[in-house]
Design a protein around this ligand. Sequence first.
Ligand code: SF4
Ligand code: SF4
Length: 424
Amino acid sequence: MQTYEEMWRNLGLNLDAHEGLLKALSGFYSSIYASQKNRPNAMKYFDFVISEVHGLRIKELQEAKAQGKKVIGTFCVFVPEELILAADGVCIGLCAGAEAGFELAEQYLPKNTCGLIKSFFGFKLARLCPYANSCDLVVGETTCDGKKKAYELFNEFQPVHVMEVPQTKSENAKSLFHSEVMRFKERLEALTGTKITAERLQKTIQIVNNKRRALNRLNELRAAPIPPISGLDSLLINQIAFYDDPVRFTNAVNELCDELEERIKNNVGVARGDTVRILMSGCPMAIPNWKIPAIVEGTEAVIVGEESCVGVRNTRNTVAEGCKDVNEMLKAITERYFQIDCATFTPNTERLNHIVEMAETLKANGVIHYAIQFCQPYTIESKRVEDMLASKGIPLLRLETDYSMQDVEALKTRIEAFKELISP
Ligand code: SF4
Ligand code: SF4
């Protein structure tokens, strides 16, 4: 612990406030996760990672930096991790899911900014995030208006590279995104001093694809009639995917999937076969945003999928392998990322179809659409999601909430009523 304190001090953290945060996080985690029954053994790895979330992983980042590597922080799944790894960088997801430093954040941002944006600002300003403070470069993107304007302000505290992400799926938009992928490659090469060669990029495309394949394997296993793993645990794994070492993480997920396959064979799971199955859809739930899943699974329903960037939206497509040169690989990366169906795109019909497909494949009894309060893209799009699901006879509950705990009882009442309505 002493070692970590010195490391946190060197990273410029506010040690007292940070200690308070870790205590709160550990209490919240134990109350939600330790009370789950019949968890797979392989979850021990992910419990360990969480217990060391500001410890061992941060130490690894400092060691990487001491060896001359650069740490690059991202806020969006549109930023190609393959390129960061190929430039010999370490890629870390910086989105934050807790109400911390909001008063400080509100000195820069309007009160009615979504919690996710306020949170990454708040963590930085309150000196609580050892990840942000380890970064040599932060990568933003022009997705929603809130984020894109917030990056201009964030640039005052840390260097930010902003990728232009278009908002339609036209061919022109794709060429614009392709040029942004190339510009990002050049920025990375200048920062790290490492040339992104075909050999390096081919290898990192495989590494990131393997991570996605492992997560897809996990997500597919959740279609089993007796759910082998809870939604809370699956969400945790998808959250950890953003900051763990990708190769080690992939091995741990595959090990877990081996165990889940055995469970399915032996009809072992976390709930009975007649348990109400829910698909979550909408905004990303960054760590430690476990509020809604904890309420849902607290009602004895089970979450069988996450149609979210901390979920299947981030994993379902892979980059084509087998390209010969860097230019072809950059095109393959563009193709893959351009399929992401974020609500900041218009129109976004792929997402509507995909939610139906997921609900059917995972045999969900209903869908809960989650929007972070003040998130316009997802809140507005939820009407189209509702109409699409209604046309297929799939029930939907639309929820909009923030990171506070004030509305827990009200949410519980609505979720319980929805569960009653969709019970088979
Ligand atoms: S929801 Fe959109 S803006 Fe947010 S991480 Fe996903 S792709 Fe990026
Ligand atoms: S949750 Fe919505 S408003 Fe917040 S950063 Fe994501 S897209 Fe933007």
